[in-house]
Design a protein around this ligand. Sequence first.
Ligand SMILES: [Zn+2]
Length: 188
Amino acid sequence: MGRCVSTPSNAQIVTYGTLGDDRETCCNCDGSGTVSEPTEDFGEDDVECPDCDGAGYIEAFFDFEDDVIEPFREHLRELFPSASPCSEWLGREDHAVAENCHAYFGISEYCGMVAYWAVPKENENGYANLANRWLDGITSKFEAAFGTMQRVGRFSNGGAIYRAKDGGPVGADNLDGPVVIGGNLCTG
Ligand SMILES: [Zn+2]
């Protein structure tokens, strides 16, 4: 069974994105991953850069709370003034960070993939119809505002296929473009 970014099973709206590019070019090797070292016979040898272990970049400090959750809350509040911050776990992996009387809003993250979702709240009688209708009404706004990708399919191993919302084609020739195949981001 594959592992993938988690979303609540009753989420009515889900969009996907990736965490921003939080890599900084290594200044010791200028991103090349190698540095020259003098050899015993007074020549030079290219060796793996010790600062970045040959990667050419260094992972920048990234704070999920400050860099992802807070901007999401603020943006939600601009779009839907009734949404106020909360911190509620819906199940083990799904963290709701804002709510109004109709819905919980949350973010899930797994290996750099982020899912933005909205879950209808049931009223005390167990009816969610009003919440469903409210979410129907905001779906296009929510989808336009959050995430850059939508899930278009799933592999039998649990990996997922995503397509860029701007219409990037799904296809094997586009794997390093906007299409993200689950193998990298959702491990089988
Ligand atoms: Zn380096």
